[in-house]
Design a protein around this ligand. Structure first.
Ligand SMILES: *Cc1c(COP(=O)(O)O)cnc(C)c1O
Length: 423
């Protein structure tokens, strides 16, 4: 080391070596302390140990009504027999062969997706961000091959696409604007539901337009069906891809298997995640055959499409496509919407937004975080994606009684909150 460089010894930015005894390893206790975990978000002290349907139980035995379900992940509720049986049966047979070989559950799941969507090809990933990262790569490869090296992807203001560096760059979360710089270039942003703005942003450098049918993290802001149809026409006319991020809206969440169906369009690329594995880490990138331009070696991953998670995915798809299942989601969604609208009218709150069982209630004041906190203390899990809005994403199997109970608890909390006394 040259003399001119300062030594890191004693400098708190550079950690010293720890003085571990060699050859001895510690065993943790039944109730471990939490200090060893990186604090990547503020978490309340509660620790859940069991779940059943719409209910969670903490280690003190208290029960909680869950209208978050791991961010719309546990689409069939906690520990549904379909998932438990599929995962245990698969675990007993074979957990992982190798990504270098085909396996039965991933082939079955891919076929179930292609037979029930407008896509012909599927790639499995381990998280939504990874699926979107794959979509970005696919669009860039397609642009390189068919559009003279076009690589830009027009994204939407307030969008959320994940936490890898490229998907953070494609997202528009205000808290991320100056984080982890420099970002990945090539993601111009248009306001949602503004077709002329999107049209103005498409240039010879554009490979694709990427949109969420409903912007979940932004506070459940729907892209209108007309806008999605307009985007489909526009992208066809201009010769660029239309990609939908259905990580939150897909897998029955809006009352159809995929939310693009509401608009009657066929996108070129779709990403899935969250509810797809019914609780296990599973996501997917689906594409039209003509857009499926990856060549061997250009995309992959160690855990991608492994038997355990795709077996869970098969169980989810089988359940969602059962006759009557999605009709029940639609009617549960209508019931929840009706109860939220009545609560809003009673307490003078704002609009109810969203579709199916992805709904939001606007409170009109920035108190959503405090409502969420009070709800937790009363045994109810809800979510506040933005300061003045509550989001509801219960199990797709939620009962009317559970919806009614949730709304009663919410009403109780709002009544205690100064701006919303009894009328
Ligand atoms: C949750 C989400 C993602 C990211 O998925 P992860 O599994 O957290 O990586 C991407 N896009 C949308 C629309 C999401 O809701």
């Amino acid at each position: 080391m040259p003399d001119s460089l300062p030594s890191s010894a004693g400098d708190s930015r550079f950690p010293p070596d720890s003085d571990l005894p060699t050859g001895e390893y510690a065993v943790t206790t039944a109730k471990p302390a939490l200090e060893s975990l990186m604090e990547i978000t503020r978490r309340p002290p509660v620790i859940f140990v069991e779940g059943r349907g719409s209910w969670l139980f903490d280690r003190e035995g208290r029960r909680y009504l869950d209208f978050v379900q791991g961010w719309a992940v546990n689409c069939l509720g906690h520990c549904p027999p379909e998932i438990v049986d599929a995962v245990t049966a698969q675990a007993r047979r074979l957990i992982n062969s190798s990504p270098a070989f085909h396996n039965e559950p991933s082939a079955r799941l891919a076929e179930m997706i292609t037979r029930n969507s407008c896509f012909q090809k599927v790639f499995f990933a381990n998280s939504g961000a990874e699926a979107n990262e794959g979509a970005i790569k696919l669009a860039r490869k397609w642009g390189a091959k068919f559009r003279g090296g076009a690589f830009e992807i027009v994204t939407m203001e307030h969008s959320f696409h994940g936490r890898t560096l490229a998907t953070m760059s494609a997202s528009d979360k205000p808290q991320w604007r100056n984080l982890y710089e420099p970002k990945v270039p090539g993601f111009p942003r248009a306001p949602l539901n503004d077709l002329p703005a999107a049209a103005a942003m498409i240039t010879e450098k554009t490979a694709a337009v990427l949109v969420e049918p409903i912007q979940g993290e932004a506070g459940v802001i729907p892209a209108t069906d007309d806008y999605l149809r307009g985007l489909r026409t526009l992208t066809r006319e201009r010769g660029v891809l239309l990609m939908v991020d259905e990580i939150q809206t897909g897998m029955g969440r809006t009352g159809r298997l995929f939310a693009y169906e509401h608009a009657g369009i066929e996108p070129d690329v779709m990403t899935l995640g969250k509810g797809m594995g019914g609780g296990v880490p599973l996501a997917a990138l689906a594409a039209k055959e003509a857009v499926s331009v990856f060549e061997p070696g250009e995309q992959g991953g160690t855990f991608n499409g492994n038997l355990l998670v795709t077996a869970a995915g098969c169980a989810v798809m089988e359940t969602l496509t059962r006759p009557g299942f999605l009709e029940a989601v639609v009617s549960a969604g209508e019931h929840l919407r009706g109860r939220l609208a009545a609560l809003s009218a009673k307490r003078g709150l704002g609009e109810v937004r969203g579709r199916g069982l992805l709904l939001a209630l606007v409170l009109g004041k920035d108190i959503a975080a405090s409502v969420v906190e009070r709800a937790l203390r009363r045994g109810l899990l809800i979510n506040a994606p933005v300061p003045d809005t509550l989001r509801f994403m219960p199990a797709l199997t939620v009962s009317r009684e559970e919806v009614d109970e949730m709304v009663e608890v919410l009403d109780l909390i709002l009544r205690e909150n100064p701006p919303y006394p009894d009328p």
